[in-house]
Design a protein around this ligand. Structure first.
Ligand code: FAD
Length: 446
């Protein structure tokens, strides 16, 4: 169990609090009898379960996750590009179970926030005192004619980790040299803003080394994107004759009008056409289905109090990670993990087990441009006023720039590898171990 000082530092968002401002109260509830149910075992939900149980072992913490193991989207581009094994991005829940978290594999089908019940697809129910909803994203499949859940089995989005990730890699391995890969990124907001552009780099690297007559075409509904100057520099420097980037502008709308999964045809709204050997179509996104079913959404995403990530739509319910509205804080695993620590601290405060402390959140997103060349973007966030409303105000922001020294970029790459190992240890309660990156051939995970 953590010492009181550790608990205070943790609650203040990664060691930022002054201990003098905090007094720890004696436990005020029927010690440890409170039940916390967490829906979703990704970096948002699993981190909450892990830290709650570590901070207060007497709490009854249940993690409800539909899948037996978690394949991370973060670093899935490394797998798709051939730099890591599938097993190295796949994680089980044994660490959380060993800690005493009740890990239940099933799907939440509904939430009765008045009766404080989670209803499972199996018909069973889970009672809660506090509920955490961290279901990630689902897709808006109606935006592109011809694209559907079934079409995604031929033209994978690979924007959820697991079979889709593996499918995209297999399609790349199977395509002929001289074929065209199409990447169609989504509109904002979406999971991992730099993700499509990093994916272009790792796929182009694969094509350059294994299928050099091939091309990669990006059809983007947006006019600009995250870390654009460094990505454009990398496309020019490493993948000049491979990547063709088509951004939308005032005249040309590069969002997709229709696709034909049978023939590989991809057509943009401005009339550009390509017959793709591999089409990676990433549809527009929204909060995971259960959030809408439970009445936690406003539009596509879930509004929350920026100081706690408690839902503004239901009492005693927290929403975090990709599903939540977090202003400029990107939908990333780093963000979800950072938000989760604030949520765990707030649950303890809400149950009368700890004093409240001012939260701080952090995010960094690394992207690999080429082996040993990575860039990053990040910031710290605190609750405050944003455009006249309560929101998350960024500070201490940083972003990589074109023309940086190779040694700096190599340092970023090493930092990203260390981050991945530390993050999955912190999310899944695993002992940190050295990176076993492997290659895509050694697939034995989820
Ligand atoms: C290509 C790519 C690269 C990325 N790279 C990075 C990166 O380098 N760094 C970074 O920080 N982030 C990165 N991300 C983003 C990151 O993957 C997500 O932001 C993160 O996974 C969000 O965490 P989450 O817990 O909110 O949701 P998820 O990770 O999606 O977890 C949600 C979990 O909830 C479960 N679930 C959903 N609904 C139910 C239900 N009804 N019942 C039971 N279980 C349910 C799901 O099975 C899932 O396991 C990347 C994403 C992509 C696509």
């Amino acid at each position: 169990m953590m010492s009181k000082l550790d608990r205070r530092q943790f609650a203040a968002g990664l060691g930022a609090a002054t201990a003098a401002t905090i007094a720890v109260r004696p436990f005020a509830i029927a010690q440890g009898a409170a039940r916390v149910v967490v829906i979703g075992g990704g970096p948002g939900g699993a981190t909450v379960a892990n830290h709650l149980k570590k901070l207060e072992p007497r709490l009854d913490v249940t993690l409800l996750e539909r899948r037996p193991a978690f394949t991370s989207c973060f670093f899935s581009n490394h797998y798709i590009g051939g730099f890591r094994s599938f097993a190295s991005i796949t994680h089980d829940y044994e660490g959380l179970e060993a800690l005493g978290v009740n890990v239940r594999h099933g799907t939440a089908a509904g939430i009765d926030t008045a009766k404080k019940l989670v209803k499972l697809e199996s018909g069973k129910q889970l009672r809660y005192d506090r509920l955490v909803v961290a279901p990630g994203i689902d897709f808006k499949f109606d935006g592109i004619e011809g694209y559907s859940e079934a079409a995604a089995e031929i033209m994978p989005h690979a924007w959820k980790g697991g079979s889709q990730t593996r499918l995209l890699r297999r399609k790349l391995e199977a395509m002929p040299d001289g074929g065209v890969v199409v990447i169609a990124p989504p509109r904002n907001p979406y999971r991992c803003p730099p993700g499509p552009y990093e994916r272009a780099c790792v796929i182009a690297h694969y094509l350059k080394t294994e299928k050099p007559k091939s091309k990669l075409v990006i059809f983007d509904p947006k006019m600009s994107f995250s870390k654009q100057p460094v990505f454009e520099e990398a496309y020019e420097r490493y993948y000049k004759d491979i990547i063709e980037l088509n951004l939308s502008n005032d005249i040309d709308d590069m969002s997709l009008a229709r696709v034909d999964a049978r023939t590989g045809l991809v057509v943009t709204k401005s009339g550009a056409k390509v017959t793709a050997a591999v089409a990676n179509i990433v549809p527009d996104q929204r909060a995971g289905d259960i959030a809408a079913k439970a009445g936690l959404v406003e539009g596509d995403w879930c509004p929350v109090n920026p100081a706690t990530f408690m839902s503004t739509m239901a009492k005693g319910v927290y929403v975090l990670g990709d599903a939540a509205i977090a202003n400029d804080m990107p939908k990333s695993a780093f963000s979800a993990n950072s938000q989760a620590k604030v949520v765990a601290a707030d649950i303890l405060a809400d149950l009368g087990l700890e004093e409240r402390v001012a939260p701080r959140y952090r995010n960094t997103c690394w992207s690999m441009l080429a082996p040993g060349d990575s860039v990053k973007i990040g910031a710290t966030y605190a609750p405050g006023e944003l455009n006249g409303k309560p929101g998350l105000v960024p500070s201490e922001s940083f972003v990589s720039e074109p023309g940086e020294a190779g040694s700096l970029r190599k340092g970023n790459y090493q930092e990203s590898l260390a981050w991945y190992q530390a993050l999955v240890a912190d999310v899944f309660a695993k002992p940190p171990k050295a990176s076993k990156a492997g290659g895509p051939g050694s697939e034995d995970g989820g």
